[in-house]
Structures are given as structure tokens and as C-alpha cells.
Design a protein around this ligand. Structure first.
Ligand SMILES: Cc1ncc(COP(=O)(O)O)c(C=O)c1O
Length: 377
């Protein structure tokens, strides 16, 4: 195990709490835990196991490799790959018993041929575009595409789903309602055509927690909320009242690797950009932008050391950052918190996101593989 003085703590107790709370809140339907992108940087295998124990119905990934890694870890639960994949990936989907997403006829044909060759039935979910306009079959063509799948003896149409574009924006509830209505229409058309599909899912975190399409009694695919992060960084909320208490799962920590006291007028790091206004203790931490501590944080971002909020003393470098600790005493080995809580102070992924003009998703996904994950169980 790495002894690096920079690590991410992944609190699996908090993750289990969040999944359980979300499952309990959505009593009328089931929850798929979204663990793509290494569980948004939290560690897919560990999170997947905990999510299933906590009541998730299945798992969602973006890539075939992500699904295969879960299978290799011994996870037997349903795993949905959430978009169509190139033909070269179809063999791995079928052989590993992953659920394929389809929306184009060419993909259906290629997948069916692969499944026939392997003589393994492949479970399929049809993705419908109800307004996000990223991927999916147009709603008007959904029944015809479902019939294409059903015509293939080695494909089993087990699911149908769509994705919401504005669920965390309360000023655009009309868009979400329109999407939900369109999806409900597709479900009705399928029923009229005599096509029964068991898994039907629509909502993401914001949709599920705000119960935007509760009346449809659908399943949901929940990612960011399970990691204890609100979808909208600006308001640090899901865009409306949410009754579920969520706990942050990831903390980013480091130990002070070097300490120096510099005089007023001295400056630190590339460009010597911000001369010190007083004699100050400067603590170096051994992590930088190659670890996901984005360079854009240096002017406004903060770090917790000794229970206090501290500013960066200069620009963030690739592997190290320097922190201005004023006239406090700091020692090599002291713990610093870049994301998380120390004493009474907390810095959240969404605090970074606001400074960087992004979303919490990008912050945790950006904590690179160089940072060892330490799991709290
Ligand atoms: C198709 C799909 N469903 C569900 C999710 C989960 O969204 P969230 O993390 O907002 O819950 C994502 C995330 O990007 C997605 O792409």
C-alpha cells in the first residue's frame, strides 16, 4: 500500500448511508447506482459492493472496460453500459453478461450477430431521447426500434430509459415535465404494441430526490447524490427541497512535507506572483495539478491546516503546493485537508467547483489515479 503523503479518504459508511437514504426515499421504485468513471473518482469496485449491499438494484457504467472490471471483481449484479459501444466491444459485453444500451439499428444488428455467434443471450435496454439530445432513439421511433430488438432471438429487451437535461434547475421544471410526459407516452405506446419491458428508468440524482416524475413509478439512476455532493454547485443544492440528508464521501488530504519561514516581500512558486505582506510560515504539501488540485484554485482556494482556513502562497505546481500559514507554527507531517473537514471547518467539492466555474462531478472525477484511495469501512 502506498505511503504517499497525499491521499483521498473514501468514507464507505457515508456512501452506504447515502445509498440507503436514497433507496428509502424512493419507496415506489428501484435505484441503479451510477459507478462510471471509477465511481466519480471514489473507486468503482468498493462503491459498487457497498451500493448493492445498501439496496441498489444494479450498477451503471459508461464503458465496457468499467463493467468488465466489476465482473472481474466478482460482482454478479446487473450492470448497464449507458450508451452504445463500437462493434469491437460487443463481444466483451455479451461474454461478460453486461446489459447493452441500444438506439441505432446498426448496433442492434451487430450486437445480435455477436450474441448469436457466442450463443449467449444479451440483455438490452433501449435508450430514448426525450429532449437531452445527446444519444437515444427519437421518441417517435421508439416502438419501431423496440420491435427491431424483439425480432432478434439472441437479444432480450429488458429495459427502456431516458435521461433528464435540466432536473436540477427549478426554473426549467417545464422541460423536465415535458421529458417525463414524452417518456410516459413512449411507455404507453409500447404497452399498446403489446411490448412489456420490466426495467424503466428516467431520473438522475436531482430528478429522483426532487421526485420530479414520481407519478410514473419508474426506477432511477443515481450518481452524484450517492457521493454526498449536490448536483448544482452554484446553489450547492439539487435545485429544490430535498428531504434526504447526504454525507460527503471523499476527502482529499496531505501531510506537510516541508516548512519554511519567509520574510515579507518574498514570494513563492513559479512566477513569484504574490509577495508576502508579512513574515510567514509556508507549508509545502506534496500534491499538485497532476493529482487534480487544479491550478485555477491558487488565487481564491483554501486549505485546512491546524483547523484553520489558509490560502495558497503561490501558483499550484504539478506535484506540490505551498500554503501560507501566517505566523502559526506548522510542522512537517501535520495533516492538511484540501477537501473535507478539519475541526469546525469544511471545504466541499462544490466549493472548488464554484471557484473553477465547474461542477462537483468534475472535481472528484479529476482527482487522479496518482492519489491513493484509502477506504473507511
Ligand atoms: C445516462 C446517465 N444516467 C444517470 C446519470 C447520473 O446522474 P447524476 O450523477 O446526476 O445522478 C448520468 C450521469 O452523468 C448519466 O449520464
Amino acid at each position: 500500500m502506498s505511503q504517499r503523503w497525499a491521499w483521498a479518504e473514501i468514507d464507505l459508511r457515508a456512501y452506504a448511508h447515502n445509498v440507503r437514504a436514497i433507496v428509502a426515499d424512493t419507496t415506489t421504485h428501484r435505484v441503479w447506482a451510477v459507478v462510471k468513471a471509477d465511481a466519480y473518482g471514489h473507486g468503482a469496485v468498493e462503491c459498487a459492493r457497498v451500493a448493492l449491499d445498501a439496496g441498489a438494484q444494479g450498477l451503471c457504467v459508461a464503458l465496457v472496460d468499467e463493467g468488465v472490471a466489476l465482473r472481474r471483481a466478482g460482482i454478479a449484479a446487473p450492470i448497464l453500459v449507458m450508451s452504445e459501444q463500437p462493434p469491437g466491444e460487443h463481444r466483451a459485453i455479451v461474454a461478460n453478461g453486461l446489459i447493452a444500451t441500444v438506439y441505432n439499428e446498426t448496433t442492434i444488428e451487430s450486437l445480435a450477430q455477436t450474441a448469436a455467434e457466442l450463443e449467449i443471450s444479451c440483455s438490452v435496454h433501449l435508450k430514448v431521447d426525450t429532449g437531452m439530445h445527446r444519444v437515444g432513439v427519437a421518441a417517435i421511433d421508439a416502438v419501431a426500434r423496440a420491435q427491431c430488438v424483439r425480432a432478434e432471438p439472441w437479444l432480450s429487451l429488458d429495459g427502456i430509459y431516458s435521461h433528464l437535461a435540466t432536473a436540477d434547475d427549478p426554473t426549467r421544471n417545464d422541460v423536465t415535465e415535458r421529458q417525463a410526459r414524452m417518456f410516459a407516452g413512449v411507455l404507453n405506446d409500447l404497452k399498446d404494441a403489446g411490448i412489456d419491458v420490466s426495467d424503466r428508468h428516467l431520473e438522475n440524482s436531482a430528478g429522483a430526490l426532487r421526485h420530479v416524475a414520481e407519478i410514473l413509478r419508474l426506477d432511477s439512476r443515481v450518481g452524484i447524490a450517492t457521493y454526498g455532493i449536490a448536483g448544482d454547485a452554484a446553489s450547492n443544492s439539487f435545485g429544490g427541497n430535498v428531504s434526504v440528508h447526504l454525507a460527503p464521501v471523499m476527502s482529499l488530504k496531505a501531510r506537510v512535507s516541508h516548512v519554511q519561514v519567509l520574510d515579507a516581500g518574498e514570494a513563492v512558486s513559479y512566477g513569484l506572483r504574490r509577495p508576502l505582506t508579512q513574515r510567514s510560515t509556508i507549508a509545502t504539501l506534496p500534491l499538485g495539478y497532476a493529482d487534480g488540485v487544479r491550478r485555477g484554485l491558487w488565487q481564491e482556494g483554501e486549505v485546512l491546516i491546524g483547523g484553520k482556513r489558509r490560502r495558497f502562497a503561490g501558483v499550484i505546481t504539478m506535484d506540490q503546493v505551498m500554503v501560507d500559514c501566517g505566523n502559526d507554527t506548522v510542522c512537517v507531517g501535520d495533516e492538511a485537508v484540501l477537501i473535507g473537514t478539519q475541526g469546525t471547518e469544511t471545504i466541499g467539492a462544490n466549493d472548488w467547483a464554484r471557484l473553477l466555474g465547474t461542477i462537483g462531478y468534475e472535481v472528484t472525477c479529476g482527482i487522479s489515479a496518482r492519489i491513493p484511495r484509502v477506504y473507511l469501512r
